[in-house]
Design a protein around this ligand. Structure first.
Ligand code: 5GP
Ligand code: ZN
Length: 133
């Protein structure tokens, strides 16, 4: 059983901050931000594209509820939402999870989107054709 399934069923302890029928949220043990939180479905799926719609809807609703909770309780002024899917993306725990990183003005967190890749900018038409063609 994976580590997040063990957290879901209580075999492994975690600082749970929110729970509903289909999801649970807990603090990341290696926080990259103040109150860095992970939101997970209670059922094991590896990646978002493999999820059924019921759990998917529950997950995104839960993300919203947790974000609201973090704003209300910690006065977070914003948040970044990240989800790594597949090893190539940097996913280390192979159980779907959404990272919520609460953000505060001048929190000094470096959260950078990758730089623009000119080569891919020039290939937009070709890429579009591959996806929809
Ligand atoms: P990923 O790279 O898969 O998107 O991120 C996995 C996250 O899970 C990491 O940020 C890591 O710190 C966190 N994590 C890994 N193992 C545990 C654990 O046992 N408990 C908690 N609370 N977080 C974990
Ligand atoms: Zn799992």
């Amino acid at each position: 059983m994976c580590i997040f399934c063990k957290i879901v069923n209580g075999e492994v302890p975690a600082y749970k901050v929110y729970e509903d029928e289909k999801t649970v949220a807990f603090l990341d043990i290696f926080p990259r931000a103040y109150a860095h939180t992970l939101v997970v479905p209670k059922k094991h799926f590896e990646t978002i594209d493999e999820m059924d719609e019921e759990y998917l809807a529950a997950l995104i609703k839960s993300v919203k509820n947790v974000a609201k909770l973090l704003k209300e309780k910690l006065n977070a002024e914003g948040y970044n939402i990240v989800s790594n899917n597949g090893r190539a993306s940097g996913q280390e725990v192979m159980h779907v999870h959404i990272h919520i990183l609460p953000r505060f003005e001048n929190d000094n967190i470096k959260f950078e989107f990758p730089d623009v890749i000119e080569e891919y900018k020039e290939k937009l038409e070709e890429i579009h054709r591959k996806i929809v063609g």
